[in-house]
Ligand binder design. Structure first.
Ligand SMILES: C[S@@+](CC[C@H](N)C(=O)[O-])C[C@H]1O[C@@H](n2cnc3c(N)ncnc32)[C@H](O)[C@@H]1O
Length: 284
């Protein structure tokens, strides 16, 4: 099995979106990310004029909402340990650790991604002189069921099973076929059940009816598929079916949020058009 993926390219793009919107220091940007960002902008602008939504706003909604739910999870479990899988070039770890430190909490935050992305990020964090005793960036491949790059290897070596744990994925789920991601969720659920408390926060893009009504949304997905040179399957067809899918993988409580509907509560940007993704919190 290869521990590289063309999906990592999309991490440079989202990494740049975070920089451009002051969620990350410029050091987390890249020439590739910047090129992709400026190529995508006119398309986003046109889509907003025609259909009332644009990718950048959706990405900001997703990033902000996952931050907010993470902080809520910390409030509920002040000794929480966090594993963010496929963290790419996101600076969430730094933001959350800063807020936890300011609140006098001792939170462990491990970021994980494919080895190449980990090397790149470690170099960038080095440039930023960021280091924190409870933070590290580790290699993982969610497709590996055993060995040093597996989920269990990271959980065994970096986390305390007597404490609660939160796993986050952002921008990962829809790069895999449903059967593959459900297999991962079943293993994840099994692993989380060995902790004092376990939960999982992630974003997912379901196959909503709007894809049948407006062809441009289809083309949007095809563009991402062309760029990543792989299929980007949409999973489930409604909020209810997302919740049902997670329950069938063993999670007991599943809360599926439509960012447009909770924009006021969490201070998210709101779009005129339909929000195409959901943020989900699933508890073991
Ligand atoms: C769209 S990016 C999202 C990055 C980050 N979460 C963000 O929102 O900016 C997808 C990330 O998934 C990672 N990835 C792809 N396949 C993976 C796998 N099999 N295991 C772990 N990470 C993977 C890529 O390296 C990349 O960093």
């Amino acid at each position: 099995m290869n521990d590289k993926s063309p999906v990592s390219l999309t991490g440079y793009f989202t990494g740049q979106v975070w920089c451009e919107n002051a969620y990350s220091e410029p050091e987390m940007g890249s020439v590739l990310g910047k090129s992709l960002y400026y190529i995508h902008r006119p398309v986003g602008w046109l889509n907003e004029r025609l259909f009332g939504n644009n990718l950048e706003t959706m990405l900001i909604q997703r990033h902000k909402l996952i931050d907010a739910l993470t902080l809520e999870a910390i409030e509920q479990n002040p000794t929480l340990q966090i594993l963010e899988i496929a963290s790419g070039l996101s600076s969430r770890a730094q933001r959350i650790l800063k807020q936890a430190d300011d609140a006098g909490l001792n939170i462990r935050y491990v970021e994980a991604d494919l080895p190449q992305m980990v090397n790149w990020k470690q170099a960038r964090l080095g440039k930023l002189r960021f280091s924190h005793p409870e933070h590290s960036v580790e290699p993982i491949n969610i497709l590996r069921e055993s060995g040093p790059l597996s989920l269990n290897a990271i959980l065994d070596s970096h986390f305390d099973r007597n404490k609660p744990i939160l796993v986050i994925t952002e921008g990962l789920v829809n790069y895999f076929e449903l059967s593959t991601i459900e297999n991962f969720w079943r293993s994840l659920r099994g692993a989380l059940a060995t902790f004092k408390h376990g939960e999982y926060i992630f974003e997912i893009w379901p196959k909503l009816p709007v894809y049948q009504e407006q062809l441009t949304y289809h083309w949007g997905v095809s563009l991402i598929e062309m760029f990543t040179r792989q299929r980007v399957p949409l999973h489930y067809t409604s909020d209810e079916s997302v919740a049902q899918g997670l329950k069938e993988c063993g999670f007991s409580t599943v809360n599926v949020l439509n960012p447009n509907e909770v924009s006021q509560q969490y201070g998210l940007p709101k779009m005129q058009g339909e929000c195409l993704f959901r943020v989900t919190r699933a508890i073991v």
